[in-house]
Design a protein. Structure first.
Length: 290
């Protein structure tokens, strides 16, 4: 229609100088987020099931439904924090370090293989309402992980103008929410075939957190360097592929096992240091309860 601006003109008005590069970068961010969201959603679902396992059968299904509803609801609510998170450096630092800690907890030498039994133990003896509240708290923490990972993926991507970062993050998280049920089912099938992918989800989270810390740390010493979206996207794809090969190819498993053992020992050290710092707070909390 005469008088209507073209798509290129509209995108130029929003600061997009190269539309194909913008679409390619945005697509890679969104696909990466969907992959991370899908793998994490499996852990979310397993955690919900463990926490509801002590309830009577007829209440277990209701608790699972409320838990999944909370997963959707809190991921939607967490989007409201995106603008605040992206414009507060100290919050981004906290979020990035938390992603690294979360990865270390799951990848340490003697990890949370007892995690689901620990989660179940926290709710044993609780009634239906208290159990659902505990599940919703877990949903809230995982929703925040998702949003911080989204900010880490888009941080410093030159092909996407800074004023559009928030929109790409919101689209990525929203599509992740919409595809949660389908992607989670697909990822459950993958994890049943390749169990190592359950840990890979947290390796990806740790990678995004480490990339965000590195970029912000270099900025503190006036070094303007950002990991490009191509590096982030292909690193995520490479981590998933290497994890699958490590799990099913015996030769590669034997070759890489010493390096993997050292890496997991480093993760154990990270968890030990963080928990040592937090120990006084834990003591205070437990003493105040008593």
């Amino acid at each position: 229609m005469r008088g209507m601006p073209s798509v290129d003109t509209l995108m130029m008005g929003m600061g997009v100088e190269n539309l194909p590069a913008f679409l390619s970068a945005s697509g890679k961010v969104i696909v990466g987020l969907i992959l991370i969201e899908g793998l994490l959603s499996v852990d979310n679902a397993l955690g919900i099931a463990a926490m509801a396992s002590h309830l009577p059968k007829h209440q277990q299904k209701a608790a699972l439904r409320w838990g999944l509803l909370g997963a959707y609801l809190f991921r939607g609510m967490a989007l409201a924090l995106v603008a605040w998170l992206m414009h507060n450096e100290w919050v981004k630092w906290f979020g990035a370090l938390y992603l690294i800690y979360l990865a270390a907890v799951h990848l340490q030498l003697h990890p949370a293989q007892k995690k689901n039994s620990d989660l179940a133990g926290r709710t044993v003896g609780k009634g239906f309402l208290a159990t659902v509240c505990s599940i919703e708290l877990m949903d809230l923490s995982l929703s925040l992980d998702n949003v911080v990972a989204a900010v880490g993926m888009v941080n410093g991507v030159r092909e996407i103008p800074e004023n559009l970062h928030i929109w790409v993050v919101c689209v990525g998280v929203f599509i992740g929410i919409a595809a949660l049920r389908v992607v989670a089912g697909w990822c459950i099938g993958l994890i049943e075939r390749f169990p190592v992918l359950k840990l890979t989800a947290f390796l990806l989270v740790g990678f995004v957190g480490l990339a965000l810390c590195t970029e912000m740390g270099l900025e503190l010493v006036d070094i303007k360097w950002h990991m490009g979206i191509d590096v982030k996207f292909y690193s995520i794809a490479g981590i998933v592929l290497l994890s699958i090969l490590y799990d099913c190819w015996g030769t590669l498993h034997r070759v890489l096992h010493p390096a993997v053992h050292v890496f997991r020992a480093c993760c154990t050290g990270v968890v030990f240091c963080v928990e040592g710092v937090l120990m006084p707070w834990k003591w205070f909390s437990e003493s105040s309860k008593n």
